[in-house]
Design a protein around this ligand. Structure first.
Ligand SMILES: NC(=O)C1=CN([C@@H]2O[C@H](COP(=O)(O)OP(=O)(O)OC[C@H]3O[C@@H](n4cnc5c(N)ncnc54)[C@H](O)[C@@H]3O)[C@@H](O)[C@H]2O)[C@H](O)CC1
Ligand SMILES: [K+]
Length: 301
């Protein structure tokens, strides 16, 4: 019979603490010379404990398997949250943006490079605007490139908050220079509502990000990738592979084409919603709004 590792650990520990081993080693008049036994058992114990910990570390991502959610279901999930779940868009975006900022911290704390360039898109993938505010409070120097502004008044309020923190907005002329001077780029251009060929002004922006040498964290999906089908076959984005990706709520199917560090954020789903959409709730740790999970080239999470 194979004994589960956790149980083995427990058995070894019980052996030391309960079977008299401690008594042997402390007994001055003991029948046994406990030193060799002590050494032998300690070696076996340490070896098994190290193996046990190594296996736990190795298997950690695999135990956190999460299922992907289609673009249609992701939009429907957002509607559920807002129409029946009592959430406002501001609240969801706040937590999404906080997750993005925390992922940046996990990738690169400010002392490893504080100049963060955030490129925001016209939709709710403007979670980048919220992330910029948190990054400023976390001690980074964020700057924002926002080439096509969203119509929702919420974005104007977020812009006001950023201006009040003296966060610079980069002009199109300065984008390539700013890209070279930054330590990390956050790609918050498009999320799960992206579709079809890239329209202006984004082809040249995506091309520049694609060939950038700094690390890139993409929000929800690498911008220009089809949410289902992954990178475009040719043109801007065809070779885009960000070094990190943060999936919000749940990974999107295009993660099957992704290779790199992968985080999950957006800690606001209930069990009822995850059940409805056939998702798994990630086991976030403590107060974290983000969790790193594994991914391989086959999209196995
Ligand atoms: N529940 C959550 O996880 C939350 C996720 N959030 C984020 O919101 C986005 C989805 O937002 P949405 O506004 O629906 O869409 P996008 O940001 O993907 O962009 C739509 C925007 O893009 C334009 N567009 C679409 N295709 C193209 C194209 N081929 N060329 C140019 N422009 C294009 C379109 O016209 C729209 O203007 C999700 O991914 C998360 O990042 C929220 O924070 C809420 C919680
Ligand atoms: K993105």
């Amino acid at each position: 019979m194979r004994v589960p590792l956790d149980l083995q650990h427990h058995i070894y520990w019980s052996f030391f603490c309960e079977s008299g081993f401690c008594w042997y080693s402390n007994n001055q008049n003991g029948i046994f010379n406990s030193a060799p036994l002590n050494f032998m058992l300690r070696s076996i114990f340490n070896h098994r404990l190290q193996t046990h910990l190594a296996i736990r570390r190795y298997t950690k991502p695999a135990t956190m398997s999460l299922r992907a959610i289609s673009a249609k279901d992701a939009a429907s999930l957002d509607r559920d949250l807002m129409e029946t779940g009592g959430w406002s868009l501001d609240q969801l975006m706040e937590l999404a943006g906080l997750s993005v900022a925390q992922a940046v911290w996990k990738l690169q704390p400010p002392n490893a490079g504080a100049n963060i360039l955030i490129v925001c898109g016209p939709g709710n993938n403007g979670d980048g605007l919220v992330a910029a505010r948190h990054l400023s409070h976390f001690g980074y120097n964020p700057s924002v490139y926002y080439p096509k502004e969203g119509k929702n008044e919420l974005y104007q309020r977020l812009k006001t908050q950023l201006r009040n923190l003296s966060i610079p907005f980069i002009s199109t002329e300065d984008f390539s220079t700013s890209l070279k001077q930054s330590d990390l780029l956050v790609d918050a251009i498009f999320g799960f509502s992206f579709g079809g060929p890239l329209r202006e002004p984004f082809p040249s922006i995506v091309s520049q990000i694609e060939s950038a040498t700094i690390p890139v964290l993409s929000v929800d999906a690498p911008s220009s990738w089809d949410i289902q089908g992954g990178p475009p076959k040719e043109g801007p984005g065809a070779k885009f592979m960000p070094s990190a990706l943060i999936s919000l709520s749940a990974p999107k199917p295009c993660v099957a084409f992704y290779k790199g560090r992968h985080f999950i954020g957006g800690r606001f789903l209930t069990k009822a919603l995850t059940d409805k959409y056939g998702l798994d709730l990630p086991q976030y740790q403590g107060v974290d709004q983000v969790l790193e999970i594994g991914v391989d080239a086959e999209g196995k999470l």
